[in-house]
Write a protein of this length. Structure first.
Lengths: 214, 124
């Protein structure tokens, strides 16, 4: 393992905080930009948050007084499967957006980013509809510990999707206004990391919460 | 003013240039879709105790496919991988610790949970 010293002059560094060396690596000790390291560290901490929420749901999923509606009584698996597929496909459109932006094809990047935001919003709409149906069928947040754990877990995930959709729309606006050039493609990559993480969390939630038998 | 930064070791980034092509992304998405369809089908088929492990295998496969290819973890720096895996390992530890705490690995009686909620006292 060899470490090579790379010299960067401060004015140039200020001009482009994301300047890369001759090999395309950012001028940091880690070879990754600080923004990207921060996002990975954030995602690592998010694993803990969702790990705790999923564990809580798993522990409480059968805890309900007799006669009250449990989450497993009201699930609509075909509907949630379609929602899950939509969210999975949004990860595809996200990587296609990054790929287009890396090729300096801003127009196509905007199309794919908008498609990702649309798919995310569709998933969110589906979740809101699902919650409405569950409440109508008698399963509210306060019905029993199982329902509370269900709403907290899926609600937290939905909030993350909502934040992701906002992030994507902001990126589309920035590209449209010319304030985000392909030279700063890493911004899209970092937003993409967040979006894919939201997707992998749903992969776990869908299996553990909806599909695993009691 | 000139600042000096140590560049990363070459072996940390050797895989960088190997990013999948757009065609490969479509194939990966197709595989993910197929796994999801199989998972949903499994939840309707009565395979007894085999359903849960099969669903979990499907889940782990999808998780690692998305993390490796879409999040580029397979091609990115080792540091990114370490950061993510540390969080993931801690989360798994948290999950297992909770299970141990609630004695989920031992014999379990759902009836006790229900009684606990209704009366506040576990019934024997």
């Amino acid at each position: 393992m060899t470490a090579v010293a790379v010299e960067t002059s401060e004015p140039g560094h200020e001009a482009d905080a994301h300047a890369a060396d001759a090999h395309g690596h950012p001028p940091t000790n880690t070879g990754l930009s600080n923004d990207k390291v921060a996002m990975w560290a954030f995602l690592g901490s998010e694993c803990l948050l969702f790990g705790a929420l999923i564990s809580t749901f798993f522990l409480y999923r059968s805890r309900a007084p007799l006669g009250t509606v449990k989450p497993h009584d009201v699930y609509d698996i075909p509907f949630t499967s379609v929602s899950s597929f939509i969210l999975l496909m949004s990860s595809l459109t996200m990587v296609l957006a990054l790929s287009a932006f890396n090729r300096a094809d801003s127009r196509r990047a905007m199309i794919w980013l908008s498609a990702t935001a649309l798919l995310g919003a569709t998933f969110l709409g589906g979740q809101i509809y699902e919650f409405t149906v569950f409440i109508r069928e008698g399963m509210t947040m306060k019905t029993n510990p199982a329902s509370s754990a269900f709403y907290v877990l899926t609600g937290f995930h939905g909030t993350h999707v909502g934040i992701g959709v906002l992030m994507l729309l902001i990126l589309v606006i920035l590209i449209a206004k010319g304030r985000l050039s392909p030279a700063r493609a890493e911004t899209i990559e970092i937003a993409g990391l967040y979006w894919h993480f939201v997707d992998v969390v749903w992969v776990v939630v869908f299996t553990v919460v909806y599909l695993l038998p009691l | 003013m000139t600042t000096t930064h140590a560049a990363p070791a070459a072996d940390e980034h050797d895989e960088h240039d190997d990013h999948p092509t757009e065609k490969k992304y479509w194939v990966i998405a197709l595989i993910l879709g197929v796994i999801t369809a199989v998972e949903v089908a499994l939840s309707y088929v009565d395979l007894g105790n085999a359903v849960a492990p099969l669903l979990l295998i499907g889940m782990v496969m999808k998780f690692f496919i998305v993390a490796s290819y879409f999040m580029h973890l397979k091609f990115d720096s080792k540091m990114a991988r370490r950061l993510f895996i540390s969080g993931l390992s801690l989360a798994l530890f948290c999950y297992l610790a909770l299970f141990m705490m609630f004695r989920q690995f031992g014999p379990r009686d759902d009836r006790q949970d229900i009684d606990l909620i209704e009366t506040g006292v576990p019934q024997r």
